[in-house]
Design a binder for this molecule. Structure first.
Ligand code: PLP
Length: 434
């Protein structure tokens, strides 16, 4: 059968198949999967469990019925896709996050790729955290800037030496005629750690006193869960006037789709003119806008505050239980080589549980009815394969207890297997000596 397929394949399919086979051989082949309906979600980015909120569902249906707008948007926002509904929503969201203006995009990916493709100019430099999202990379690749430099993850010291080097080597940066864009995320998706944003903003201001340093903050994972009413990290730190642009995406805590780039009115106008992922695409449909409106109303009314509080309690619970688990195994080398859990309580609901056998651990958890995913290079650096456990406001302490029990079970199985193999090897070695 396979031979028959191979005989009929087009030349391009032969190349594509080879590339896929290479991934398969490296165990990096990606696949679409679905999770059993009754499985417990320890994976999605639905941090506040809003996607299953019956109150939000009902509010969404009411909002849909309230407007005379058609279902589809009808075209690009620059042609027939715009509406006063979209403009009001955009203004209200910007005001909620205390920004002077905002521009809606169909997705966070479009917003990042659009911004980084068109805002940096040929003599400008983009400096980004090495863990920055793929959408920033795609934008930078399309941009006219020739210099893109990464700094070590969350290292203010490394960023400082890069900024100073840029200034030393480029008179236009020193003189303020060219610009440096610094791209960071508020919370990083794989480690769940926060950017040292205050220190980064202060550093950029100090090294580039001519105000030609611009910090751009991606708040995809912090939207809805950090700061009062979930306004995000920039608001929480009072840095609204110090960052150049912020991205809030709606696909995670808000249980919707789409994104907003918060910026000055001038930058907004520039993006409307130059950001291709905004210009050459059909704008968000009315139901998508209605869903965003309803979720933001929820946040504005403070209805998500108890959920965010409950989530914090769950984070502490999982952290404590993982610590207890590791204490149980003591400081055995075999356990340390098998698994490591965060040593400090995460500031977000994302836990990276490192193991060289992430697929085996993920499968064991999945077989126990928990949705967790293995994350391997190139998504994370070599040597930091893991399962990513993401908590949600809808999780219960009982579910957490059972998950930790399942991880415990896996550790004992692995250690038992290792011991059996070692004993087997011992017998072999003895036989060899005889
Ligand atoms: C940090 C970060 N930025 C941007 C995006 C893209 O956002 P969206 O899913 O709305 O395209 C994501 C999510 O996938 C993300 O995690």
């Amino acid at each position: 059968m396979r031979d028959e397929i191979l005989a009929h394949q087009l030349p391009i399919e032969k190349s594509l198949r080879q590339l896929l086979d290479r991934r398969r051989a490296q165990s990096t082949l990606r696949k679409l999967t679905t999770s059993p309906a009754q499985a417990v979600d320890f994976s999605s980015n639905d941090f506040l469990s809003l996607s299953t909120s019956s109150i939000l569902h009902a509010a969404f249906l009411r909002e849909l019925g309230n407007s005379k707008l058609g279902l589809g948007s009808g075209g690009s926002r620059l042609l027939d896709g715009n509406s006063s509904y979209a403009e009001d929503l955009e203004r209200d969201i910007a005001a909620f996050h205390r920004a002077p203006a905002g521009l809606l995009f169909n997705s966070g990916f479009d917003a990042n790729s659009g911004f980084f493709a068109c805002v940096p100019q040929p003599n400008d430099i983009v400096i980004y955290d090495e863990y920055i999202h793929a959408s920033v990379h795609d934008g930078m690749r399309l941009s006219r800037t020739r210099q893109r430099l990464s700094f070590a993850h969350n290292s203010v010291a490394d960023l400082k030496s890069l900024l100073e080097e840029c200034k030393r080597n480029n008179g236009q940066i020193e003189g303020g005629q060219s610009h440096v864009f610094v791209a960071v995320e508020a919370i990083y998706s794989m480690d769940g750690d926060l950017a040292p944003l205050k220190a980064i903003v202060e550093l950029v201001e100090t090294v580039l006193p001519r105000k030609n340093g611009y910090v751009i903050v991606d708040e995809a994972h912090s939207t809805g869960v950090i700061g009062q009413y979930g306004r995000g990290l920039v608001c929480e730190l009072g840095l609204e006037d110090k960052v150049f642009a912020r991205l809030h995406t709606f696909g995670k805590s808000l249980a919707c789709n789409g994104a907003i780039l918060l910026c000055s009115p001038l930058l907004r106008q520039y993006l409307i003119n130059y950001a291709r992922p905004l210009i050459y695409t059909t704008f968000l449909s009315y139901p998508a806008l209605a869903a965003i409106r309803v979720s933001y109303t929820f946040f504005q009314q403070g209805s998500t505050e108890p959920l965010a509080l409950h989530l914090k309690m769950l984070v502490r619970t999982l952290f404590n239980q993982l610590q207890t688990l590791m204490t149980k195994y003591g400081s055995q080398n075999a356990t340390a080589a098998l698994i490591s859990v965060p040593s400090k309580c995460p500031q977000s609901s994302i836990f990276a549980i490192l193991t060289p056998q992430p697929r085996s651990l993920a499968k064991h958890c999945q077989d126990g009815g928990f949705v967790v995913r293995a994350v391997v290079p190139p998504t994370v650096p070599v040597g930091s394969s893991r399962i990513r456990v993401c908590l949600h406001a809808g999780n219960t302490t009982e579910q957490i207890r059972k998950l930790v029990e399942r991880i415990d079970d896996w550790i004992s199985l692995q250690l038992g297997q290792q011991e059996a193999e070692n004993n087997g090897l011992g017998i072999w070695a003895e036989k060899a000596r005889l």
